[in-house]
Ligand binder design. Structure first.
Ligand code: ADP
Length: 304
């Protein structure tokens, strides 16, 4: 099941093309939308909610066409925008209930839910205060509360950890994880921060200069091909590099007992070759695994 399907979506502001020929299917789960500032992430989210008209292409969100049924989409999704979105003079509980009413909830139900979600977001005590008096961390929590008040099936979070200190960031990410993995709400998390995506998301969509650059599971995007291995011997061994090289592998780097080796892509039995080379020189292999790169390396490769 997909929460959104986009085909050739293009969005421009005058001459500036912010999203270009974007084709992708966003699956259920917690999905990261990763890209540097200016990549077009916010514009993509705006287009999915029908706030900006595409210059080309189109798509569906929760099965509704973004061009013809934006209201149906907005009733069923929640948005935590990047910018502040409170109304001056309103308390958090008034504002959150108001957001619920705007999504079609009856007033009493909206008020009841506002109290619940503010409590959940850690603003129980502060919910009768005007949001202008809030710290950045509290404002972010209030933005999250208004996004979930109506019980959406899909939640768009645009840079939810902006301006947060490390403790606030961890708290926000834990709530996002609970909302997606604990409560089963589908989440699209837009961020320029790799660790945020890595901590919370199942899959990542990498965006750069308005274009889709990669879409992969967070686990596999870090695995480099099948020919690169990291291994560790029990003790340092001078002869191992030569022995593994004779088995057609290249030693990419070696620090003390640790090696990264690369076999030709079509090499049939790399793990056996490692054990054979070790045996030849009387070494013991303690660890052998496909090499992993950091998400940062994977990301740089995707945008280059
Ligand atoms: P991101 O969310 O990844 O930071 P944005 O979608 O905000 O990226 O911006 C994508 C590009 O579109 C940027 O070059 C930005 O300057 C431009 N842009 C965004 N909003 C507007 C706007 N209202 N008018 C003109 N250009 C815009």
């Amino acid at each position: 099941m997909h929460v959104a399907d986009l085909r050739g979506l293009t969005v421009a502001y005058g001459n500036k093309v912010a999203v270009q020929d974007f084709t992708c299917s966003i699956p259920e789960g917690c999905i990261g939308l990763l890209g540097p500032n200016g990549a077009g992430k916010s514009t993509l989210i705006r287009a999915l909610l029908g706030f900006v008209d595409p210059a080309g292409g189109g798509g569906t969100v929760l099965g509704h066409n973004i061009a013809t049924h934006p209201l149906e989409i907005r009733m069923n999704v929640g948005l935590m925008p990047e910018m502040d979105c409170h109304i001056p003079g309103m308390t958090a509980v008034e504002f959150t209930a108001y957001a619920g009413e705007l999504s079609g909830m009856p007033r009493e139900q909206a008020m009841r839910r506002a109290h619940e979600v503010l409590e959940y977001c850690g603003l129980g005590e502060a919910r009768y205060r005007n949001i202008e008096t809030y710290s950045t961390g509290m404002k972010q929590k209030a933005k999250l509360a208004q996004a979930v008040v109506h019980g959406p099936k899909l939640l768009f979070l645009d840079e939810p950890t902006n301006g947060l200190d490390p403790a606030g960031r961890d708290e926000m990410l834990a709530m996002i994880k609970d909302i997606s993995h604990g409560k089963g709400v589908n989440v699209v998390l837009s961020s320029h921060l790799l660790p945020d995506i890595e901590k919370t998301c199942d899959e990542v969509i990498v965006m750069h200069n308005g274009k889709l650059r990669a879409q992969e599971s967070v686990k596999t995007i870090r695995v480099v091909g099948t020919s690169l291995y990291d291994l560790e011997l029990k003790l340092p061994n001078d002869g191992f590099s030569d022995a593994i090289t004779r088995k057609s592998a290249k030693v990419i780097h070696n620090f003390s007992t640790r090696y990264r080796v690369e076999f030709p892509a079509d090499f049939p039995t790399p793990t056996r070759a490692v054990f054979e080379a070790a045996k030849e020189v009387g070494a013991q292999v303690r660890v052998l695994a496909h090499a992993q790169r950091s998400l940062e390396e994977a990301f740089l490769e995707a945008v280059q």
